[in-house]
Structure formats: structure tokens, C-alpha cells
Design a protein around this ligand. Structure first.
Ligand SMILES: Nc1ncnc2c1ncn2[C@@H]1O[C@H](COP(=O)(O)OP(=O)(O)OP(=O)(O)O)[C@@H](O)[C@H]1O
Length: 652
């Protein structure tokens, strides 16, 4: 008989805590204490040494469950949140602490037990691989801070990493002591979720303030007397005290702020996060930002402090046409990992995980946008596993008609449905002894999900329309470019299956997150297509490469590969000097011919919104903003913009 698992309940509502205790004890767990506050929880952890913690978010005292979570991770104690709070910002902040689960109150006894069961299973797997699922956000920030890309690119990436846990529309980083605005950094989030950086000079122009006024206002960091959260009345007071904050908040329709101070070498810096939602920030956010202080220090050291801020991307050093910077004849053909090119830290993190898991039978879930190389990774996992001499069967779940998917995967008996003239061996049976790669797993219909769960749990398949079951031995590798958590929350994907598949996730970065790999990839593709075809291209000019590095790559490596191949065919000399990158004009639907096209209502709506956005120079909120002109709430406009796929570049 196994030792009973000891659980500590951290919950300030006695009735809920007691209820939980009864359920857990009934299921055979030992409840080693109930703590209504973080302080009490730490005391009980020291004396009772719990195996698991069930953690509420808002507790007695000024510390939240999320504050405690950071310490739990350091102590290596696994935890699950149990909270009634489903505010998106708080969920994201909770997620960033890497819990083993999140249960929303009220819940059924069964939900709790399933969640605990799966969490324990995942924890065992994690201990085995000694890792957590993804690098925590502070690690991501530190990694970006040290990247060899421009300061503004790093700050944009850091903003994107921070955003899920501390959402903001405007971030002002300023030196508060000794007071100075010369090194101010202003980061603005545009409505399409991109971050743009402005120095003070440009920002003053944008918000229409003369530098004389700015100086006269003696604009300095906020006097915040130790307070960090500014909602409602506090925010209005802040506005009254600072004309600069007033101007910013009028222009960007900002309604709340969160402030944190960081000291470096006797100088005090202030990070001020602003949001257009009122009452957005809570002590959860200030707790999170406190946990990130060390990373923010690094950002100041590496990215800002002691350096001149230039927002311009440095001009390419040698924009030569004659001297291509990548040459096939003298090829620095990049080193690769089983045919996968890339040297960025993000990709290396994925390789490391891959090497770790490949020899085992553990299921792997590969996450990444389309074209990031998920299939390549799946092939490599198989190649590096003891199953390498057995088949790797690939199934694209999105490419199969719903009606056929089950028979394709699990096989069918003759006559089991109309058209089933012959018995069919399913893909799982074909893969017996080897691996199966289920691409686009998010597309799998619910009935097939049940069967897949059965394969994972019982290691057996059942053909359609028969009593035929067979034990099989298949390693399952899945991939998706969808947000599976969202699919789960919307009822399209089974939670239990998600947890089983997500035991070992490998995240593949989008190409835009690892632009440092672009030149190696281009060199690789030039060499690949040069050898194959008749193109005489051997290199690319620095300018053209720079252009590639500035592009966003929605189609990732697949798009880059096709573009290089196409450009090589169109290039007459040896060096690619001109690249025909997709332009926003055609994407906006503003080509000349469009005048004569019959347009759908959606197209009309899109065009009208675009026109207004252009008129307002992209301003959505506040006076003179597009929402006001269109007479709809800004939130509605924002969701229309998203739905209609309007991108910020189209507005410029
Ligand atoms: N790191 C890499 N080095 C070299 N080639 C790569 C790399 N990553 C991807 N590719 C190439 O890019 C193309 C797309 O890769 P792949 O099909 O593996 O992407 P995917 O993420 O599975 O895409 P989808 O989600 O659309 O199925 C392939 O031709 C692949 O060979």
C-alpha cells in the first residue's frame, strides 16, 4: 500500500476549505492542514511537508496565492490553483507560475479528483525528466535581454513576454533618482498586439506636446509614495498631479497604472505600466512584477543602463552587391541538428528537450505555428529513438474527412459501414512497434479523441464495427498550431486527453522570435536549391538579408523556404539583391481592380474600418479615435479588427 499523499489546503474561506478536506479524505488523501494566508501556509509547509498544495488566489493578508506560487516552485512543491476568479489577467498571471492545474470554483468532486490524478501523473513524468513544461517568463526575459539583436527589438520581445502576466498598453521606463528623462523608454502596444518603441522626441510629436511644455512641466517619474497600484480615484489623482500622465492617458485612453521601482548602482528607475481598462491591476500583478525584479534589473543592465538609446536599426555594414554576405562556394553551410537549421537559444531549448525525450516512449506534443518545422521535429524524435527501424506513420488529422478519420486511424471490419467493402488496417496498427505522428491533433473529432485516450491508457485499439481489439505498442507524437487550452475551455477538446498528450510539450518558436537564424536558413536554402536546380545564385546581399530580417514571417520557415526558392529562379546574377516580400497593399484589398468587384458585407466593413483607422492614424480609443467616429464601443471595434484580420501595417 502506497503512502497517503499529504495535501495542504491554502484557502481563506473556511466552508470551502472544509468541503475540500472532506472530499480529499474520502478519496484517500491526507489533509495535513488548512491555511487562510500565505504566512500560515509557509509555517505549515515547514512543519508538515506536504506533497501537494491546493491554492486559492485571494487570501487573508496582503500576499496572494500567486506570490506563494513562486516560493513553492523554488521549494519544488507542486500545486494546483482552486479559485473562483476567472479574470483573464489573473488567469494568465497564474499560468505563468506553472501550476499543475487550475480548477474554477464551484467544481464537482469528480473534477477535483481527475485534476489531481492527472496532475500527479504529470508530476511523476516531470520528475523523471527533471524539467518544467516551458521556460518560466523570467527566464525568457533574461534570455531576450542577452540576445544579439537591436535594443528596440529586445525591448519589443521583452514586452511581448511580459504582456501575458502584466498586460499593458503603454510602458514608461524612466529614471526617477537622480531625476532625468533623457533615457526614457516608451513602449506602446498597438491594437494588433505589436509593441512599438518611441523615444521622447517622437512621443512628444505623437501626443502633440511641445518640448518646451514638456520641460516646463518638469516631467519626472511618478511620486507614488510607495503605492504600486493606481486604479479609479488613485489614477485620477495621479493624472491631476502630472500633466504628462494626463496627456498620455488622454491620448491613449489609459485608465490604470502599475508602478515598480528598481535600483541600479545607486540610481532609481521606474517601470510604469498603463492600461486602458480601469481597475485592471491588482496585487496579483504587483506580486508578479516583484517576482520579476531580478529580470528587470538585467533588462536595465543589458539593454538600457549606460547605453545610448537609438531606435534606428543600424545600417547594414557592407551593403555590397558584389560581395554577397552568404556564398555557396565558400559556404558557411550552417551546422544543423539532424537537418534542422538554427542556432538560436529558443531552438536549442527545443533540441535539448527533444534529445531528452527521444529515447523514451513518452508521448510528445509539439506546439508551434504552421511552418515552424513540427513535422521535422517529429521525424527526428523517431529517428533518435530505439524505434527508428520500425515505421513512422504520419497522419494529418485536418486532411481527413470527419466521417473517415476513425476508420483511418483504428481500421474497420468489412461491412461496418456503407462503403466498407474490405477490412481495413488502421494507421495505429500499421505503426505497431514504431511511432505515429498525429499532426493537427486539435482537429480530431471528439469521438476519435475517446478512442485515442483508450490507446494511451489501455494500449489497445478497437476496429470499427467489430469486436476486434488488439494490444499495440505505438509511441504517440502529436502536433498542433492551435491553442489546445482554448479548445479545451470551449469544449472541443477533452481535458483528460489534453493532459495525457501534454506530458512532454516541445514548443517551436516562430521565425519572428528567432530572427538571428534567418541568415543560416537562407544560406541553407540557397545551397539546397542551388544544388537541385539551374539557378546560379550563390549568395544574398546584406540589404536583401536585412529586408528578410525585418519581415514578420507569418508562414514561418515554409514561407522563407518558398520565397528563397522563388527568388533564386527570378534572380539573374549570382547574388540575390531584391526580394519580393508580400506587401500589405494587396492584402488590404485596396488594389485598383477592386473598384469593380462585388464585395461582401464583410469586405465592405473591413474596408470602411480601415479607412477610418487610416484617418485616425490608428487611434482607436478616446476622443477622435476610430471607435468614437464609428460610434461603437472600442472593445467591439477591437474584436472586429481582430476578426477581420486588419493589421497595423495596413493602417500606415
Ligand atoms: N529548422 C529548419 N531547418 C531547415 N528546414 C526547415 C526547418 N524547419 C522547417 N523546415 C522546412 O520548412 C518546411 C515546413 O516544415 P514542417 O512541415 O516541418 O512545418 P510544420 O510546423 O509541420 O507545418 P504545418 O503546421 O503547416 O504542418 C519544410 O520544408 C521543412 O523541411
Amino acid at each position: 500500500m502506497k503512502m497517503k499523499q499529504k495535501i495542504l489546503i491554502v484557502e481563506d474561506e473556511f466552508i470551502v476549505a472544509n468541503d475540500l478536506r472532506i472530499m480529499l479524505e474520502k478519496a484517500g488523501y491526507k489533509v495535513c492542514g488548512i491555511a487562510p494566508s500565505v504566512v500560515k501556509a509557509l509555517e505549515l509547509i515547514a512543519t508538515k511537508e506536504p506533497d501537494w498544495i491546493l491554492l486559492d488566489i485571494f487570501l487573508q493578508g496582503d500576499k496572494t496565492g500567486i506570490d506563494l506560487a513562486g516560493q513553492l516552485t523554488e521549494m519544488g512543491i507542486p500545486f494546483i490553483y482552486i479559485s473562483a476568479n476567472t479574470n483573464q489577467g489573473i488567469l494568465e498571471a497564474a499560468k505563468a507560475t506553472l501550476p499543475y492545474g487550475f480548477l474554477v470554483k464551484p467544481f464537482r468532486e469528480k473534477d477535483l479528483m481527475v485534476m489531481l490524478d492527472i496532475a500527479r501523473y504529470r508530476h511523476e513524468q516531470n520528475l523523471k525528466y527533471n524539467h518544467h513544461t516551458e521556460p518560466p517568463i523570467h527566464k525568457q526575459i533574461e534570455h531576450i535581454a542577452e540576445k544579439q539583436v537591436s535594443i528596440s527589438e529586445r525591448l519589443k520581445q521583452i514586452s511581448a513576454a511580459l504582456y501575458p502576466v502584466v498586460p499593458f498598453d503603454f510602458l514608461w521606463i524612466t529614471k526617477s533618482n537622480p531625476r532625468s528623462t533623457t533615457k526614457d523608454i516608451n513602449i506602446i502596444r498597438s491594437f494588433d498586439g505589436k509593441f512599438n518603441m518611441l523615444n521622447n522626441e517622437n512621443l512628444l510629436k505623437e501626443v502633440n506636446v511641445s518640448s518646451r511644455d514638456f520641460k516646463a512641466w518638469n516631467t519626472t517619474a511618478l511620486v507614488h509614495s510607495g503605492k504600486s497600484i493606481f486604479n479609479g480615484y488613485d489614477f485620477r489623482k495621479l493624472r491631476m498631479e502630472s500633466p504628462w500622465v494626463q496627456r498620455l492617458s488622454d491620448h491613449y485612453a489609459l485608465e490604470s497604472a502599475l508602478v515598480t521601482e528598481i535600483e541600479r548602482d545607486g540610481e532609481q528607475f521606474q517601470f510604469v505600466f498603463f492600461n486602458h481598462l480601469s481597475d485592471l491591476y491588482t496585487k496579483v500583478h504587483s506580486g508578479v512584477i516583484n517576482q520579476f525584479k531580478k529580470s528587470l534589473e538585467l533588462v536595465l543592465d543589458q539593454v538600457i543602463y549606460g547605453k545610448d538609446i537609438t531606435l534606428e536599426i543600424p545600417a547594414p555594414t557592407s551593403p555590397t552587391l558584389e560581395k554577397p554576405i552568404i556564398e555557396r562556394e565558400n559556404p558557411e553551410i550552417p551546422k544543423d541538428f539532424n537537418g534542422i537549421i538554427g542556432n538560436s537559444t529558443l531552438l536549442h531549448a527545443a533540441f535539448k528537450k527533444l534529445e531528452l525525450v527521444a529515447p523514451d516512449d513518452t508521448s510528445v506534443l509539439i506546439l508551434g505555428e504552421s511552418g515552424t518545422g513540427k513535422e521535422k521535429i517529429a521525424q527526428t524524435i523517431h529517428k533518435l529513438s530505439p524505434r527508428k527501424n520500425k515505421p513512422l506513420v504520419t497522419v494529418n488529422c485536418a486532411a481527413l474527412p470527419l466521417t473517415l478519420i476513425e476508420s483511418e486511424l483504428f481500421g474497420h471490419e468489412k461491412g461496418s459501414f456503407t462503403g466498407a467493402n474490405e477490412k481495413r488496417i488502421g494507421k495505429f496498427e500499421q505503426a505497431d512497434g514504431g511511432s505515429i505522428f498525429l499532426d493537427e491533433i486539435g482537429e480530431l473529432p471528439l469521438e476519435a479523441q475517446v478512442k485515442l485516450l483508450r490507446v494511451l491508457q489501455e494500449k489497445e485499439i478497437e476496429r470499427l464495427g467489430g469486436n476486434y481489439t488488439k494490444k499495440i505498442n505505438v509511441r504517440i507524437i502529436t502536433a498542433t498550431n492551435r491553442n489546445l487550452e482554448k479548445e479545451v475551455s470551449e469544449g472541443r477538446f477533452r481535458l483528460d486527453l489534453y493532459y495525457r498528450l501534454n506530458v512532454f510539450p516541445i514548443e517551436l518558436p516562430a521565425l519572428r522570435q528567432r530572427k538571428e537564424d534567418i541568415s543560416a536558413l537562407v544560406a541553407f536554402f540557397i545551397s539546397k536549391y542551388g544544388r537541385k536546380g539551374s539557378s546560379g545564385v550563390t549568395g544574398i546581399s546584406a540589404e536583401a538579408l536585412q529586408e528578410l530580417q525585418e519581415y514578420d514571417w507569418p508562414g514561418n520557415i515554409r514561407e522563407l523556404e518558398h520565397l528563397v526558392e522563388r527568388t533564386m529562379l527570378l534572380t539573374e546574377g549570382e547574388t540575390i539583391t531584391k526580394i519580393d516580400l508580400p506587401h500589405s497593399a494587396s492584402a488590404t484589398g485596396f488594389t485598383g481592380e477592386d473598384h469593380f468587384k462585388i464585395k461582401t458585407m464583410e469586405e465592405m466593413e473591413r474596408e470602411h474600418i480601415l479607412n477610418i483607422l487610416k484617418m485616425c492614424k490608428g487611434k482607436i480609443f478616446g476622443p477622435g479615435g476610430a471607435a468614437e467616429i464609428l460610434n461603437i464601443p472600442s472593445t467591439t471595434l477591437n474584436s472586429k479588427i481582430k476578426k477581420l484580420g486588419i493589421k497595423f501595417e495596413f493602417v500606415k
